[in-house]
Ligand binder design. Sequence first.
Ligand SMILES: Nc1ncnc2c1ncn2[C@@H]1O[C@H](COP(=O)(O)OP(=O)(O)O)[C@@H](O)[C@H]1O
Ligand SMILES: [Mg+2]
Length: 227
Amino acid sequence: MSELLLQAHDVHKTYRLGRVDVPVLRGCDVNVHAGEFLAIRGSSGSGKSTLLHLLGGLDRPDIDGGDISHAGRLLSSLSNRALDWYRARTVGFVFQFYHLLPELTVLENAMLPGLVPGGVGAAAARTRATELLGRFGLDHRLDHRPRELSGGERQRTAIARALVNDPPILLADEPTGNLDEHTGAEILRLLHETHQQGLTMVLVTHDASIADQADRALNLVDGRLTD
Ligand SMILES: Nc1ncnc2c1ncn2[C@@H]1O[C@H](COP(=O)(O)OP(=O)(O)O)[C@@H](O)[C@H]1O
Ligand SMILES: [Mg+2]
Protein backbone atom coordinates (compact mmCIF):
# COMPACT_ATOMS: atom_id res chain seq x y z
CA MET A 1 0.00 0.00 0.00
CA SER A 2 1.17 3.52 -0.73
CA GLU A 3 1.67 6.24 1.81
CA LEU A 4 -1.18 7.07 4.20
CA LEU A 5 -2.26 10.59 3.35
CA LEU A 6 -5.47 11.39 5.15
CA GLN A 7 -6.89 9.65 8.16
CA ALA A 8 -10.04 9.88 10.25
CA HIS A 9 -9.91 8.04 13.54
CA ASP A 10 -13.07 7.34 15.58
CA VAL A 11 -14.66 10.57 14.38
CA HIS A 12 -17.91 11.72 15.96
CA LYS A 13 -19.97 14.67 14.82
CA THR A 14 -23.20 15.79 16.42
CA TYR A 15 -25.35 18.72 15.33
CA ARG A 16 -27.39 20.57 17.89
CA LEU A 17 -30.86 21.57 16.73
CA GLY A 18 -32.41 23.68 19.47
CA ARG A 19 -32.11 21.44 22.50
CA VAL A 20 -31.89 18.22 20.54
CA ASP A 21 -28.59 16.54 19.74
CA VAL A 22 -28.49 14.92 16.32
CA PRO A 23 -25.57 12.48 16.14
CA VAL A 24 -24.50 12.10 12.52
CA LEU A 25 -21.04 10.50 12.61
CA ARG A 26 -20.59 7.94 15.37
CA GLY A 27 -17.10 6.59 15.11
CA CYS A 28 -15.89 6.92 11.52
CA ASP A 29 -12.54 5.44 10.60
CA VAL A 30 -11.01 5.95 7.20
CA ASN A 31 -7.51 5.78 5.75
CA VAL A 32 -6.94 7.50 2.44
CA HIS A 33 -3.75 6.46 0.66
CA ALA A 34 -1.76 8.66 -1.68
CA GLY A 35 -2.93 8.30 -5.26
CA GLU A 36 -6.10 6.34 -4.63
CA PHE A 37 -9.64 7.08 -5.73
CA LEU A 38 -11.87 6.30 -2.77
CA ALA A 39 -15.64 6.45 -2.98
CA ILE A 40 -17.86 6.80 0.06
CA ARG A 41 -21.40 5.75 -0.53
CA GLY A 42 -24.34 6.59 1.67
CA SER A 43 -28.01 7.46 1.45
CA SER A 44 -29.22 11.02 1.62
CA GLY A 45 -28.75 12.41 5.13
CA SER A 46 -26.26 9.72 6.14
CA GLY A 47 -23.52 12.28 6.80
CA LYS A 48 -21.45 12.20 3.61
CA SER A 49 -21.10 15.97 3.31
CA THR A 50 -20.43 16.25 7.03
CA LEU A 51 -17.57 13.76 6.77
CA LEU A 52 -16.10 15.44 3.69
CA HIS A 53 -16.17 18.84 5.42
CA LEU A 54 -14.28 17.37 8.38
CA LEU A 55 -11.68 15.79 6.09
CA GLY A 56 -11.27 19.14 4.34
CA GLY A 57 -10.80 21.09 7.55
CA LEU A 58 -13.98 23.11 6.91
CA ASP A 59 -15.49 21.90 10.19
CA ARG A 60 -14.26 20.03 13.28
CA PRO A 61 -15.32 16.80 14.97
CA ASP A 62 -17.09 16.97 18.36
CA ILE A 63 -14.93 17.78 21.36
CA ASP A 64 -13.22 14.45 22.23
CA GLY A 65 -14.85 13.18 19.04
CA GLY A 66 -11.82 11.64 17.38
CA ASP A 67 -9.15 13.00 15.08
CA ILE A 68 -8.51 13.89 11.48
CA SER A 69 -4.90 13.86 10.38
CA HIS A 70 -3.02 14.66 7.23
CA ALA A 71 0.40 13.12 6.62
CA GLY A 72 0.48 12.15 10.29
CA ARG A 73 -0.33 15.62 11.64
CA LEU A 74 -3.58 16.20 13.52
CA LEU A 75 -5.63 18.99 11.94
CA SER A 76 -6.66 19.97 15.48
CA SER A 77 -3.01 20.74 16.26
CA LEU A 78 -2.52 23.15 13.35
CA SER A 79 -2.22 26.90 13.82
CA ASN A 80 -4.79 29.06 11.98
CA ARG A 81 -2.16 29.81 9.40
CA ALA A 82 -1.32 26.16 8.86
CA LEU A 83 -5.02 25.34 8.63
CA ASP A 84 -5.48 28.05 5.97
CA TRP A 85 -2.62 26.45 4.06
CA TYR A 86 -4.20 23.02 4.46
CA ARG A 87 -7.56 24.22 3.13
CA ALA A 88 -5.99 26.12 0.26
CA ARG A 89 -3.05 23.96 -0.80
CA THR A 90 -3.75 20.45 0.35
CA VAL A 91 -7.42 19.87 -0.46
CA GLY A 92 -9.65 21.05 -3.27
CA PHE A 93 -13.43 20.85 -2.99
CA VAL A 94 -16.08 20.15 -5.63
CA PHE A 95 -19.76 20.49 -4.68
CA GLN A 96 -22.98 19.12 -6.14
CA PHE A 97 -24.38 22.59 -6.83
CA TYR A 98 -21.10 24.09 -8.12
CA HIS A 99 -21.15 27.07 -5.70
CA LEU A 100 -19.87 29.49 -8.35
CA LEU A 101 -20.23 33.20 -7.66
CA PRO A 102 -22.74 34.59 -10.19
CA GLU A 103 -21.19 38.05 -10.48
CA LEU A 104 -17.72 36.72 -11.35
CA THR A 105 -16.62 35.39 -14.73
CA VAL A 106 -15.59 31.79 -15.29
CA LEU A 107 -11.91 32.75 -15.10
CA GLU A 108 -12.41 34.82 -11.93
CA ASN A 109 -14.35 32.00 -10.28
CA ALA A 110 -11.63 29.49 -11.11
CA MET A 111 -8.92 31.85 -9.79
CA LEU A 112 -10.63 32.44 -6.45
CA PRO A 113 -8.83 29.87 -4.23
CA GLY A 114 -5.56 31.40 -5.40
CA LEU A 115 -6.50 34.64 -3.70
CA VAL A 116 -7.43 33.33 -0.23
CA PRO A 117 -4.88 33.09 2.62
CA GLY A 118 -2.51 30.27 1.74
CA GLY A 119 -3.37 30.45 -1.99
CA VAL A 120 -0.83 30.71 -4.81
CA GLY A 121 -1.58 34.41 -5.44
CA ALA A 122 -3.31 36.24 -8.28
CA ALA A 123 -0.69 35.92 -11.01
CA ALA A 124 -0.11 32.20 -10.58
CA ALA A 125 -3.86 31.64 -10.16
CA ARG A 126 -4.59 33.39 -13.45
CA THR A 127 -2.02 31.29 -15.32
CA ARG A 128 -3.10 28.03 -13.80
CA ALA A 129 -6.87 28.71 -14.06
CA THR A 130 -6.48 29.63 -17.74
CA GLU A 131 -4.52 26.45 -18.35
CA LEU A 132 -7.04 24.22 -16.52
CA LEU A 133 -10.08 25.83 -18.15
CA GLY A 134 -8.43 25.35 -21.53
CA ARG A 135 -7.74 21.72 -20.77
CA PHE A 136 -11.40 21.29 -19.74
CA GLY A 137 -12.63 22.76 -23.04
CA LEU A 138 -13.70 26.14 -21.65
CA ASP A 139 -11.18 28.47 -23.34
CA HIS A 140 -14.00 30.22 -25.23
CA ARG A 141 -15.91 30.75 -21.95
CA LEU A 142 -13.37 32.57 -19.78
CA ASP A 143 -15.27 35.88 -19.75
CA HIS A 144 -18.74 34.37 -19.43
CA ARG A 145 -20.84 34.41 -16.24
CA PRO A 146 -21.91 31.09 -14.69
CA ARG A 147 -25.58 31.67 -15.67
CA GLU A 148 -24.51 31.50 -19.34
CA LEU A 149 -23.09 27.99 -18.89
CA SER A 150 -24.64 24.53 -18.98
CA GLY A 151 -24.53 22.38 -15.84
CA GLY A 152 -21.57 20.40 -17.13
CA GLU A 153 -19.65 23.59 -17.96
CA ARG A 154 -20.38 24.96 -14.49
CA GLN A 155 -19.04 21.80 -12.90
CA ARG A 156 -15.92 21.88 -15.11
CA THR A 157 -15.38 25.45 -13.96
CA ALA A 158 -15.78 24.30 -10.35
CA ILE A 159 -13.26 21.49 -10.88
CA ALA A 160 -10.77 23.97 -12.35
CA ARG A 161 -11.34 26.15 -9.26
CA ALA A 162 -10.72 23.15 -6.97
CA LEU A 163 -7.39 22.46 -8.70
CA VAL A 164 -6.10 26.00 -9.08
CA ASN A 165 -3.76 25.79 -6.07
CA ASP A 166 -2.58 22.37 -7.31
CA PRO A 167 -3.67 20.44 -4.20
CA PRO A 168 -2.71 16.75 -3.96
CA ILE A 169 -6.20 15.79 -2.72
CA LEU A 170 -9.61 16.42 -4.27
CA LEU A 171 -12.77 16.02 -2.17
CA ALA A 172 -15.83 15.71 -4.39
CA ASP A 173 -19.31 15.95 -2.87
CA GLU A 174 -21.81 14.31 -5.27
CA PRO A 175 -20.16 16.10 -8.20
CA THR A 176 -22.58 14.62 -10.74
CA GLY A 177 -25.69 14.72 -8.55
CA ASN A 178 -27.22 17.67 -10.37
CA LEU A 179 -26.36 16.56 -13.92
CA ASP A 180 -28.05 14.35 -16.50
CA GLU A 181 -26.52 10.92 -17.05
CA HIS A 182 -24.47 11.80 -20.13
CA THR A 183 -23.04 15.01 -18.63
CA GLY A 184 -22.43 13.25 -15.32
CA ALA A 185 -20.43 10.56 -17.13
CA GLU A 186 -18.36 13.29 -18.82
CA ILE A 187 -17.57 14.90 -15.48
CA LEU A 188 -16.60 11.53 -14.00
CA ARG A 189 -14.30 10.90 -16.97
CA LEU A 190 -12.63 14.24 -16.37
CA LEU A 191 -12.20 13.41 -12.67
CA HIS A 192 -10.77 9.98 -13.59
CA GLU A 193 -8.24 11.60 -15.93
CA THR A 194 -7.20 14.04 -13.24
CA HIS A 195 -6.88 11.19 -10.76
CA GLN A 196 -4.68 9.30 -13.21
CA GLN A 197 -2.34 12.28 -13.34
CA GLY A 198 -1.63 11.66 -9.65
CA LEU A 199 -4.44 13.30 -7.71
CA THR A 200 -5.80 11.52 -4.63
CA MET A 201 -9.56 11.62 -4.76
CA VAL A 202 -12.33 11.07 -2.24
CA LEU A 203 -15.78 11.17 -3.81
CA VAL A 204 -19.04 10.82 -1.90
CA THR A 205 -22.20 9.71 -3.64
CA HIS A 206 -25.55 8.05 -3.01
CA ASP A 207 -25.14 6.28 -6.37
CA ALA A 208 -23.74 2.73 -6.30
CA SER A 209 -22.85 2.77 -10.01
CA ILE A 210 -20.58 5.77 -9.42
CA ALA A 211 -19.03 4.29 -6.28
CA ASP A 212 -18.25 1.12 -8.29
CA GLN A 213 -15.94 3.12 -10.57
CA ALA A 214 -13.56 3.94 -7.72
CA ASP A 215 -10.50 1.92 -6.70
CA ARG A 216 -12.24 1.23 -3.40
CA ALA A 217 -15.65 2.02 -1.93
CA LEU A 218 -16.83 2.31 1.66
CA ASN A 219 -20.41 2.56 2.89
CA LEU A 220 -21.53 5.15 5.41
CA VAL A 221 -24.28 3.53 7.48
CA ASP A 222 -25.48 4.54 10.94
CA GLY A 223 -22.64 7.02 11.28
CA ARG A 224 -19.89 4.50 10.58
CA LEU A 225 -17.89 3.41 7.55
CA THR A 226 -17.85 -0.21 6.48
CA ASP A 227 -16.40 -2.08 3.50
N1 LIG B 1 -25.30 22.50 9.96
C1 LIG B 1 -26.19 21.57 10.31
N2 LIG B 1 -26.99 21.74 11.40
C2 LIG B 1 -27.85 20.78 11.76
N3 LIG B 1 -28.00 19.61 11.15
C3 LIG B 1 -27.24 19.37 10.08
C4 LIG B 1 -26.29 20.34 9.60
N4 LIG B 1 -25.68 19.82 8.50
C5 LIG B 1 -26.23 18.60 8.32
N5 LIG B 1 -27.16 18.33 9.26
C6 LIG B 1 -27.92 17.06 9.39
O1 LIG B 1 -26.98 16.00 9.48
C7 LIG B 1 -27.41 14.89 8.73
C8 LIG B 1 -26.35 14.54 7.70
O2 LIG B 1 -26.24 15.60 6.76
P1 LIG B 1 -25.23 15.56 5.53
O3 LIG B 1 -23.86 15.37 6.03
O4 LIG B 1 -25.52 16.76 4.71
O5 LIG B 1 -25.71 14.21 4.79
P2 LIG B 1 -25.52 13.76 3.26
O6 LIG B 1 -24.48 14.64 2.66
O7 LIG B 1 -25.13 12.32 3.35
O8 LIG B 1 -26.86 13.91 2.61
C9 LIG B 1 -28.76 15.27 8.14
O9 LIG B 1 -29.76 14.76 8.97
C10 LIG B 1 -28.74 16.78 8.16
O10 LIG B 1 -30.04 17.29 8.28
MG1 LIG C 1 -24.53 15.87 1.06
